[in-house]
Ligand binder design. Structure first.
Ligand SMILES: Cc1cc2nc3c(=O)[nH]c(=O)nc-3n(C[C@H](O)[C@H](O)[C@H](O)COP(=O)(O)O)c2cc1C
Length: 342
């Protein structure tokens, strides 16, 4: 498949070299630093921060710092959401000051909390306003600026090609298109062919997104959209290595670091859990880690008893959770990290 091998080649985004064309999608509440570090280590070409509300960032609200801070990866890409040009520009300056190599603007989020504030995909209803935000961000920083969008607000307003063209004219270096409208939320199937209209409208790189989870799907979305790269979100639930394994498949190789044995899987899940506890502190970390633990169980231990699953997902004692994870994933063997520390 010619499209599959294309995914292995580097991509230039406004002068920033991206090592391959299979990206991890930004997912609020999911793609935090521990997750991005794992996806990068497995070989994802590019990882993006969770969206940061530019108004809150500009006001110095707690929590924003964790979302924008540099995690030491070669390309630090921060996504901003918002509707006020002044906040978007200030947010971009703060993110660039933290070392962001690329600033992405969220024009795709369908959540009512976000669109209700006329941010995210609501910006696709008013392209003049959307452009004023893009111009403010492009004018505020010297790093490349990118935009992530949907096909449009609804079926009657598929204006992604127009937004992409105007964004390119305003100096944007790459656009990502999720092949659904805002009104579809996550229903139905992403329309990969509709992304082709965006590709035809611009000469900057276009990234295709929506419902991709395998090398075959990645090759097909490229073929149907003509896009330059693919971005993958939900297929990473319980498997931070998906983008990396597709990028590796493009070269005929295997991804780095995928846990193939029960012991390796137990070590992997426990270390992800521990990284989250150390990033957020025990109380918040416990809560935030639960969805990941649930996904690891769904994917790798679907037959676990309801009782054991409940123990893992409700315990507020990290050592109990670790012991249960080891029981489920590795028949009770202690994680390697604990054994080497003992
Ligand atoms: C839980 C969740 C959180 C998301 N958060 C963001 C976000 O912060 N910024 C953004 O641009 N898109 C966000 N998205 C959309 C994804 O980046 C992606 O466009 C969408 O999930 C479709 O891709 P997929 O089918 O590969 O998951 C989010 C999606 C999900 C499911």
């Amino acid at each position: 498949m010619a499209e599959l091998t294309t995914l292995a080649s580097p991509l230039d985004v406004g002068g920033v070299k991206i090592r391959n064309r299979v990206f991890l999608a930004p997912m609020s509440g999911i793609t935090d630093e521990p997750f991005r570090q794992r996806a990068h280590a497995h070989g994802a070409g590019l990882v993006v921060s969770e969206m940061v509300a530019s108004g809150e960032l500009a006001k110095g609200r707690a929590g924003c710092d964790l979302r924008i801070r540099h995690s030491g990866l070669p390309v630090h890409m921060v996504q901003l959401a918002g509707r006020e040009a002044v906040h978007m520009a200030e947010g971009a300056r703060i993110a660039a000051g933290e070392g962001a190599d690329i600033i992405d603007i969220n024009m795709g989020c369908p959540a009512k909390k976000v669109t209700g504030g006329y941010a995210g995909s609501a910006l696709m209803r008013d392209l003049d306003h959307a452009l004023s935000l893009i111009e403010a961000v492009v004018g505020a920083v010297s790093v490349p600026v990118t935009v992530k969008m949907r096909l449009g607000w609804d079926e009657s307003a598929l204006n992604a090609p127009m937004l992409a063209r105007r964004a390119e004219q305003a100096g944007v270096s790459m656009v990502t298109v999720h092949g659904r409208t805002r009104c579809q939320f996550y229903q139905g199937k992403a329309d990969w062919r509709a992304i082709a209209r965006v590709k035809q409208a611009v000469s900057i790189p276009v990234v295709a997104n929506g419902d991709v989870g395998s090398p075959e799907e990645a090759a097909t979305i490229l073929e149907q959209s003509g896009a330059d790269a693919v971005m993958i979100g939900r297929a990473h639930y319980g498997a931070p290595w998906v983008a990396g394994s597709i990028a590796a498949a493009a070269t005929g190789a295997s991804a780095q670091g995928i846990p193939h044995t029960p012991q390796a899987l137990a070590d992997y899940v426990v270390s992800h859990y521990e990284d989250m506890l150390s990033l957020y502190g025990i109380e918040s970390g416990l809560r935030q880690a639960r969805k990941h633990l649930g996904w690891y169980l769904d994917r790798h231990a679907p037959d676990v008893s309801a009782e054991r699953r409940r123990a893992i997902l409700t315990s507020s004692e990290p050592s109990e959770v670790v012991a249960e994870l080891c029981r489920v994933f590795a028949d009770g063997a202690q994680p390697t990290s604990l054994r080497s520390a003992a």
